[in-house]
Design a protein around this ligand. Structure first.
Ligand code: FSO
Ligand code: SF4
Length: 542
């Protein structure tokens, strides 16, 4: 195996024996083959569209779910992944028959791969199959961006929103990563185009979420516990949460959010459920301790599953893209209700959660809420009470080096306000950083996909202040990344013209020196240094 798609890759080079994430060799191989056959299918759908033939929404869903399954910490179940490979090959072959001219298709779109040959073929089609390191780097950068984009379109699809244009691009770009005639320049252009569709995909999801659940608003979320048994829901899928809340009404079982599900509390819609109790725990990587002490069942709706300990394994349930051998999986087709009753029954037999902390955290600063506060924010900037905004969106992770972000938040000058989204916030959202004239110094827009809100806010501020360029705002970017959704967020920001983004705690291993250079030269992308040096870099000498 060779995998270097996330920030925790071994030695910041690549996982070759087993993933640091716990992904086993055979699972990594199966994921490589799933990506390869999905690219093959995408070459067929792209050719169909070129012939003016429509592609069904189910096929778009198959492609995006396949990509989502391969995101870090989503699916560790080789058999489930192999089943997807078989389905994808069947779909590819059926669709290919509709083509008038199949002569120009790449091998991935035509070759037969019997099930018995999956491991052997998987070993030949992974990341290292591309020899030129710059081409490999760009192909992977694009593919990881598309994985992130797929996750976001999948969530929109769950709320019955579609954008055929985004799916068309996604599949065309996947197919292009198989095309040996593309030059490095072509691939750089495709990388930026991926960012453009990243913005589209996040806008689609933002519309789906706010259309279904209202605009996030300032909300205090309880981080303590109640006395009833509870179900902990993690991941990003708000539709799953809605179904779980509906089904737990009147059962005496409370529902708590975990990690990236915290921002659900900010939506008006979810406030109507009396048993929506609060948020339990922190970012994904602390789950081994927190799932233990939660005592009740846990529902993983998307990525960020850490291989579970035997002591609580029987309480972890999966749905959607998530899979792990031995865990129980519940699913239903898009638009249909998932039956979560076995989870609720299990919860009733469990003791209530053990309290691990008390208090409240505040969030809900997505675009509409910040626009509502715009006058206050603008006045604070004009009066000099707010000197700078720092976008600290992205991910949290296990590495000790991520303490940098806690220290950075603590050492920020008093006039600085953090704009955040994603699980990176857990590095500082429980610090008491206070407020500036009633504006909290940590403004949490929501999940990683709500980084879209931060971009919309930046564009609005540019307009209010009458600037020509978003880079003239008193706004710095110090982003933490971990998995592939952060890649699409980064590409989206680059597409919007944002420069001088600092990315940490390490730069991606999949950037070859030349590709890294392109990003440095054209966009001023940089890593992080020491907290003191970076504070000075962003704010000047005190
Ligand atoms: Fe995982 Fe975090 Fe939201 Fe990332 S919980 S790491 S960019 O924020 O994706 O899924
Ligand atoms: Fe390694 Fe990350 Fe890939 Fe897991 S997802 S195998 S930790 S690079």
């Amino acid at each position: 195996m060779f995998c270097f798609q996330c920030q925790e890759t071994a030695g910041n080079k690549g996982c070759t024996v087993q993933g640091v994430c716990g992904k086993k060799f055979d699972v990594a191989r199966a994921q490589d083959l799933l990506i390869y056959v999905t690219k093959g299918l995408s070459a067929v759908t792209t050719a169909l569209r070129a012939e003016g033939k429509p592609v069904a929404a189910e096929v778009n869903h198959l492609v995006s779910m396949n990509l989502f399954i391969t995101i870090t910490n989503a699916n560790f179940d080789r058999k489930a992944i192999e089943k997807r490979i078989t389905e994808t090959l069947a779909c590819r072959d059926a669709l290919r028959k509709d083509l008038s001219d199949a002569s120009k298709l790449p091998k991935a779109a035509t070759e037969e791969i019997p099930e018995s040959a999956y491991p052997e073929r998987a070993a030949e089609v992974g990341v290292l199959a591309t020899e030129n390191e710059d081409v490999r780097s760009l192909r992977e950068l694009i593919t990881y961006g598309l994985k992130g984009l797929s996750a976001y379109t999948k969530h929109a699809n769950a709320l019955l929103r579609e954008n055929e244009e985004v799916d068309r691009f996604l599949q065309e770009a996947l197919a292009k990563t198989l095309d040996d005639s593309l030059t490095v320049d072509d691939l750089v252009a495709l990388t930026l185009e991926t960012g453009k569709y990243g913005v589209e995909g996040m806008a689609l999801l933002d519309g789906a979420n706010t259309g279904a659940y209202g605009n996030p608003e300032i909300t205090e979320v309880n981080i303590g516990v109640r006395k009833n048994p509870g179900i902990l829901i993690s991941g990003h899928d708000l539709k799953d949460l809605e179904m779980l809340l509906d089904q737990t009404q009147g059962t005496g079982v409370d529902v708590y959010t975990h990690s990236e599900m915290l921002p659900a509390h900010y939506y008006p819609f979810f406030k109507k459920y009396p048993n929506f109790a609060g948020n339990y725990g922190n970012a994904w990587w602390k789950q081994k301790e927190e799932f233990e002490s939660f005592n009740g069942p846990i529902l993983m709706t998307t990525n960020c599953l850490v291989p579970p300990k035997d002591s609580y394994k029987d309480r972890v349930w999966t749905t959607g893209c998530v899979g792990f051998p031995g865990l129980k999986h519940i699913d239903a087709p898009y638009g249909e209700v998932k039956d979560f009753s076995p989870i609720i029954e299990q919860a009733k037999q469990c003791p209530p959660p053990t309290e691990i902390e008390t208090g409240k955290i505040v969030g809900g600063f997505a675009h509409a809420q910040v626009f509502a506060l715009a006058d206050k924010v603008v006045d604070a900037v004009k009066s000099g009470a707010i000197t700078k905004f720092v976008v600290m969106a992205g991910c949290d992770g296990r590495a000790k080096s991520r303490d940098y972000y806690t220290e950075f938040a603590k050492k920020l000058p008093k006039g600085a306000v953090i704009l955040t989204a994603g699980c990176a916030k857990y590095k500082y959202n429980k610090l008491d950083l206070g407020d500036i004239g009633g504006i909290p110094r940590v403004l949490d827009a929501g999940q990683c996909n709500d980084s879209y809100s931060l971009a919309v806010i930046a564009l609005k501020l540019k307009e209010i202040f009458g600037l020509d360029d978003v880079n003239q705002l008193p706004l710095a970017y110090n982003i933490a990344w971990y998995e592939q959704k952060a890649v699409i967020v980064l590409l989206a920001l680059l597409y919007l013209g944002v420069k001088n983004i600092h990315l940490g705690p390490t730069l991606p291993a999949f950037l070859s020196p030349n590709v890294a250079n392109v990003l440095v030269k054209n966009f001023g992308i940089a890593g992080i240094g020491s907290v003191e040096d970076d504070i000075e870099l962003f704010f000047g000498k005190e």
